[in-house]
Design a protein around this ligand. Structure first.
Ligand SMILES: C[S@@+](CC[C@H](N)C(=O)[O-])C[C@H]1O[C@@H](n2cnc3c(N)ncnc32)[C@H](O)[C@@H]1O
Ligand SMILES: O=C(O)C(=O)C[C@]1(C(=O)O)C=C[C@@H](O)C=C1
Length: 242
């Protein structure tokens, strides 16, 4: 049974910064599906891409793995030999649950679950790297360095999948797409109070970039092929091939 997200359903006297603590980890599966339009589709497409891009005798990284949804989707689709997976998150609560989720399914593909900051780990011999809604939580001026490290750790032909919430320079467009996103949340049962309290909690910790900045930065780093393969309202997913 999946736990329902009711974290912001009662008035909070003091709305602290959003954190990936035990309370969030317990309801995260429900929270992300009801908050991110297209999330299920993005996860299954990551699994699909794993079939084509993961190379034999290489490593696969899931950076900011949370409960391991992307790792599981990729692992299910790996028939290549000698693949090693590394799932990283700096939330102890997420990592514990991720380990449990991965253990619930049988597979011959080894996964190392690492409790660490994605800025600290080495990336080597990688054929596929997933950063699914996690770059947005790094300080903006540290994003290029992380993506450069990913680029350097990828093998030729290797794939990065980068999914992010985005903002728009055009204020009218930003307002409209934010409203459509809030309607998506309303349709999934979130109240006005839940929507506004979560928005406040995320304000200081999640600084979104524009879609244009994401594409330009990946091109500048050196990725040969960069494409937006998904966008719904203010959520996007890009793929970048070395
Ligand atoms: C929105 S969730 C990611 C969802 C997940 N990738 C999925 O597809 O279900 C963001 C995750 O990134 C983790 N995170 C944020 N900053 C991090 C950092 N600097 N290093 C490692 N993990 C980080 C959080 O703990 C959280 O679990
Ligand atoms: O709920 C929102 O408004 C979001 O921005 C969604 C979002 C995300 O994009 O990562 C924010 C925090 C939670 O981790 C789940 C989803």
């Amino acid at each position: 049974m999946e736990n329902k997200d009711t974290i912001f359903s009662h008035p909070l006297s003091n709305i602290g910064d959003f954190r990936f603590d035990e309370g969030v980890a317990d309801v995260f599966s429900d929270m992300i599906q009801r908050s991110v339009p297209g999330y299920t589709n993005i996860i299954s497409t990551i699994g699909e891409l794993a079939k084509h891009y993961i190379q034999e005798q290489s490593q696969v990284y899931d950076l900011g793995c949370s409960l391991g949804a992307a790792t599981l989707a990729m692992r299910r689709n790996i028939s290549q030999q000698g693949v090693n997976m590394i799932a990283v998150d700096n939330s102890q609560a997420m990592i514990e649950r991720c380990q449990r989720n991965l253990g619930a399914y049988r597979s011959d593909v080894p996964v190392t679950v690492v409790l660490d900051d994605i800025r600290e780990i080495a990336i080597e011999n990688a054929s596929m790297v997933v950063i699914n809604f996690t770059l947005q939580f790094l300080p903006p001026d540290e994003r290029a360095a992380l993506l450069t490290k990913v680029y350097q750790g990828l093998k030729p032909g290797g794939l990065l999948v980068l999914s992010e919430k985005i903002r728009f320079d055009d204020q009218s467009v930003d307002d409209l797409l934010t409203e459509l996103h809030h309607n998506f949340k309303r349709a999934h049962g979130y109240s006005e109070l839940e929507i506004s309290q979560k928005r406040t909690a995320l304000e200081n910790v999640m600084r979104t970039d524009t879609a244009q900045l994401h594409t330009e930065r990946l091109n500048e780093i050196g990725f040969k092929h960069v494409a937006t393969w998904f966008q719904c309202f203010n959520f996007t997913s890009l793929l970048a091939i070395k």
